[in-house]
Ligand binder design. Structure first.
Ligand SMILES: [Zn+2]
Length: 143
């Protein structure tokens, strides 16, 4: 076999280092059939089987390029989960929802159709956003 001169025990060869995770200079420790078998990494001193170069110079380059995050339409917390959390946390007395009442954010209301809810915020002077078990609703208040 026509072995290139540089392939010999004790010589340096570029091998992929499994520890450093990049192509680095290694010292050939043993040869099998004219090919390097065991090598020692000159960087981390670990001995391992010879691995062909991977063309990896920068460990960060191994990782798949970060995909631009799919623009998720906001992180959707299930409404029911959020509603449950707020209902449990609320210390406020339950008020009956009525359009002629005035509500503030954090108020706990009970609605004839939607059940119990928590006022999230005032949207317009006469409109409030209320979280109910099934959905966020915009309700009129302070009429
Ligand atoms: Zn190494």
């Amino acid at each position: 076999m026509n072995t290139p001169a540089e392939l010999a025990v004790g010589h340096e060869i570029v091998s992929y280092c499994t520890k450093c995770k990049m192509d680095l200079g290694h010292t050939i420790m043993s040869m099998v059939k004219g090919k390097p078998a065991r090598v020692v990494c000159r960087t981390c001193k670990s001995e391992h089987n010879f691995k062909a170069k991977k063309g990896v110079k920068d460990p960060n380059a191994v990782k798949a390029p970060k995909k631009p995050r799919a623009p998720k339409a906001e992180k959707t917390i299930p409404v029911e989960q959020e509603w449950m959390k707020q209902i449990n946390a609320s210390q406020k007395p339950l008020r009956h929802y009525a359009t002629n009442e005035t509500f503030n954010s954090g108020d706990k209301v009970t609605h004839p159709s939607f059940g119990e809810g928590i006022v999230q915020k005032q949207i317009y002077p006469n409109k409030i956003e209320v979280i109910f078990k099934t959905d966020l609703k915009i309700l009129i208040h302070a009429k």
